[in-house]
Design a protein around this ligand. Structure first.
Ligand SMILES: NC(=O)c1ccc[n+]([C@@H]2O[C@H](COP(=O)([O-])OP(=O)(O)OC[C@H]3O[C@@H](n4cnc5c(N)ncnc54)[C@H](OP(=O)(O)O)[C@@H]3O)[C@@H](O)[C@H]2O)c1
Length: 392
């Protein structure tokens, strides 16, 4: 795509988040990228300044290698599009629940391509496996289906059909990126993550979602919960392995023009390192809390107990969002990650042992008051996005 003498201009969203902050950190740590991500070619970081001085912290930490730009919100799609139009590569590592800004980023990249006449511009998008989940309580149950990214086009077609039936912001964002990328000649891939675990390396949000939220609930209530028949499942990946995949993608693009990457509807990548029953996440939280003497609580269950909730009851954990409650707690989301391993040589190193160990890390972090992850924050971005999305 480019050489150190003409390095690609890169924009990264989500620098204040768990994934985006970790990706940024790892990009700067990779020796092969040092000449590309240099003070003369800083990474543009659109961020909401927030209450504290997050922009100063980014600059103090990474120096002139970053160019943080204050934005009011991703809802300001004209600004987002104009920013993308000044870049050759967008790493959309912030919220996956904002189709309007995802669309704006692709449109901006297309404008860049048209203005410069360069052969390729790239979008690395971030999404999540609830896109392919079944809805075993209110819809179809598909407990045995495993989606394989080796046939990404089939996954794309499945998601497109699902979204016709029921619009879901995170799925809409992925579809718009891949479909519009094809139409406008923007090379787009989507890293569709399962449950991410492990402590992140970014400057701000360092906690994942599923284990921290479940741990908080278990420690507070003294019991775990499940929804449905208890067979709901999800794959997992450690944040460090996940961000390594982003780095591999960036490297492949800058060093080999993205020759190992398929794009558009063929560009969905599942980064998976292991699989668990969702119910077992709650059970493992109980295991570590009982073993460390933090449970049982006075007045609470004296043995390890998993209560089966109705969908409506469980939605208290997911900001009242019934869709996320059903896919997140009862759904089956089996993804087979073939592409990253076979095409990019990605080999996750944090496997089942690390997964099990993370529950203790998260319990300690929760007890030290270092965790505040909520589903609410995760899905907040979908707010007005459907209305301002031009494409769907
Ligand atoms: N975490 C997981 O376990 C997980 C698993 C699978 C898939 N994913 C996918 O990955 C995405 C990112 O996850 P994450 O854990 O990194 O989330 P996160 O820590 O909550 O970070 C989200 C980032 O997006 C930014 N953002 C959100 N809404 C915005 C808005 N309206 N305007 C401007 N910026 C906005 C946030 O900025 P502020 O700091 O200003 O809020 C933050 O930088 C998820 O949305 C999901 O699609 C996550």
């Amino acid at each position: 795509m480019a050489t150190p003498s003409s390095p690609p201009k890169i924009l990264l969203t989500g620098a204040t988040g768990y994934e985006g902050g970790s990706v940024l950190h790892r990009l700067f740590k990779h020796p092969s990228l040092a000449s590309i991500l240099s003070p003369s070619n800083p990474v543009t970081l659109p961020v909401r300044p927030g209450g504290g001085d997050r922009i100063s912290k980014l600059t103090e930490t990474y120096g002139p290698r970053v160019n943080p730009i204050a934005i009011t919100s991703l809802d300001d799609v004209e600004t987002v599009k104009a920013l993308a139009a000044e870049h050759d590569m967008v790493i959309n590592a912030g919220t996956g629940f904002h189709p309007a800004s995802a669309e704006a980023l692709v449109r901006g990249l297309a404008a860049r391509k048209a203005a410069t006449g360069q052969p390729a511009v790239w979008m690395i998008h971030t999404s999540g496996c609830s896109n392919i989940s079944d809805k075993p309580i209110t819809g179809a149950a598909r407990p045995d289906v495993e989606h394989d990214d080796a046939d990404s086009a089939a996954v794309f077609a499945f998601e497109a059909a699902e979204n016709e039936r029921e619009w879901y912001a995170q799925r809409a964002a992925e579809l718009v990126v891949l479909r519009l990328g094809e139409e406008l000649g923007v090379s787009a891939i989507s890293i569709q993550a399962p449950c991410i675990f492990g402590t992140g390396e970014g400057l701000f949000q360092q906690a994942g979602l599923m284990i921290p939220v479940t741990m908080a609930s278990v420690l507070q209530q003294g019991y775990g919960v499940t929804v449905g028949d208890g067979t709901g499942d999800i794959d997992y990946v450690h944040i460090a392995d996940l961000v390594d995949l982003y780095v591999l993608c960036v490297l492949n693009i800058v060093e080999h023009g993205g020759s190992s990457l398929e794009t558009g509807r063929h560009g969905i990548i599942f980064p998976t390192a292991g699989r668990t029953l969702t119910r077992d996440i709650a059970l493992r939280c109980l295991d570590v809390a009982f073993a460390a003497g933090h449970l049982p609580k006075e007045g609470g269950p004296q043995t390890k107990e998993i209560r089966t909730l109705s969908l409506e009851e469980s939605a208290a954990m997911t900001a009242g969002n019934l869709y996320i409650a059903e896919t997140g707690l009862a759904g089956h989301r089996k993804t087979k990650g073939t592409v990253a391993r076979t095409r990019l040589g990605w080999e996750p190193v944090y496997l089942e042992d690390a997964w099990m160990q993370d529950f203790e890390t998260e319990m300690k972090a929760a007890l030290e008051g270092k965790r505040g992850s909520t589903f609410e924050a995760c899905i907040a971005a979908e707010g007005h996005s459907k209305e301002i999305c031009q494409y769907f």
